[in-house]
Write a protein that binds this ligand. Structure first.
Ligand SMILES: [Zn+2]
Length: 342
């Protein structure tokens, strides 16, 4: 089965400023890479629909929606120190959310095994009442709301491998067990949240799993986290759907990050997720682009991930994890044994 890519040219028209790292070229470069002969036969493009105001309000306040709506047609509005809009940003953001819904509908018509939303602006920092960190509306959180409300699911796993912690997504489901939020991120770093001890609250206790990582980790260490922490928790949780906040800023060439993942490393992580999805939810995976600011690192990594999702054997990571990092990961694993059988 092919991998569906949900994309709209409007995503190029969100322009946060001439020197902003989250720029339209990111998507152009990905599209160029995916047109090469090793990937092109594996993918099919789909047009997203537009999200409605009512749908955005599943995750955001009306005041926030109106603030973003008021940027329409204006050449530049600064919504937070890192987040600016252009004439078409509001429209692009509505389609970026709508892409999630289109993707989910396609997954459940069983037309595709996996769907990758190639969207801008990204979403995981956007909070209930504010835009933040290049994000206007929280695309992945809204995908989870759609799966809960429209598709009537009750167990959704979100895996956020972006370099940064997805503060907005975490907050959306902090008190709920219907959504398990799992994040690996460089720590301490922007946005400051994502400590190990942030584990959810009330009914949601144990259903937020943060793995804050020191800078400098690479393929072997990330793979260890996925195998030793994510995989056992996910197999116990048994999600009915897996959503991935796919940020590629942990890539070794990324100008904003201090991690050392390679494109093959991302492929290997996708391999673990595919295994989990096949064991728990008939292989259904929805990936959504978050960060990633090295154009070559980003586009190569997306291509690797798509190849693995389409059935190419996941790259083997031969290196051993650094002993100090492996020890740290064992400690984190032990921490979560209070909540999970790991
Ligand atoms: Zn990021």
């Amino acid at each position: 089965m092919k991998i569906a890519l949900v994309y709209h040219d409007l995503f190029l028209k969100h322009q946060p400023g001439a020197y902003h790292p989250e720029r339209p070229e990111r998507l152009l470069k990905i599209r160029e890479r995916l047109a090469a002969e090793d990937v092109a036969p594996l993918v099919e493009y789909l047009e997203p629909r537009k999200a409605t105001k009512e749908e955005i309000l599943w995750n955001h306040s009306e005041a926030h929606y109106e603030r973003v709506a008021a940027t329409a047609g204006k050449s530049s509005v600064q919504l937070d120190p890192d987040t600016a809009t252009s004439e078409d940003s509001f429209e692009a953001a509505l389609y970026a959310v709508g892409a999630q819904f289109t993707a989910l509908d396609e997954l459940f018509r069983e037309n595709y095994q996996a769907v990758f939303c190639l969207v801008r602006p990204p979403g995981h920092h956007a909070e209930y009442d504010r835009a933040m960190g290049f994000c206007l509306f929280n695309n992945v959180a809204l995908a989870a709301h759609y799966a809960l409300k429209v598709l009537k699911f009750s167990r959704i796993l979100i895996v956020d491998w972006d370099l940064h912690h997805g503060n907005g997504t975490q907050r959306s489901f902090y008190h709920h067990r219907e959504v398990l939020y799992f994040s690996t991120h460089q720590f301490p770093y922007y946005p400051g949240t994502g400590r190990l001890e942030e584990i959810g609250h009330g009914e949601g206790l144990g259903f937020t799993v943060n793995v804050p990582l020191p800078a400098g980790l690479g393929d072997a260490e990330y793979l260890l986290v996925f195998r030793e922490i994510l995989q056992p928790i996910a197999l116990e949780y048994r999600p009915e759907l897996i959503l991935i906040s796919a940020g590629f800023d942990p890539h070794r060439d990324d100008p904003l990050g201090g991690m050392r993942l390679s494109a093959q490393g991302f492929g290997a992580l996708a391999g673990v997720l595919k295994e989990i999805a096949e064991e728990t939810c008939e292989g259904r995976l929805l990936l959504t682009l978050e960060g990633g600011y090295s154009l070559s690192g980003l586009s190569e990594s997306v291509a690797e991930v798509i190849k693995v999702l389409a059935g190419v054997k996941a790259p083997e990571i031969k290196a051993d994890p650094e002993p100090a990092a492996a020890e740290f990961i064992r400690e984190v694993r032990k921490f979560f044994s209070r909540y999970w059988k790991i």
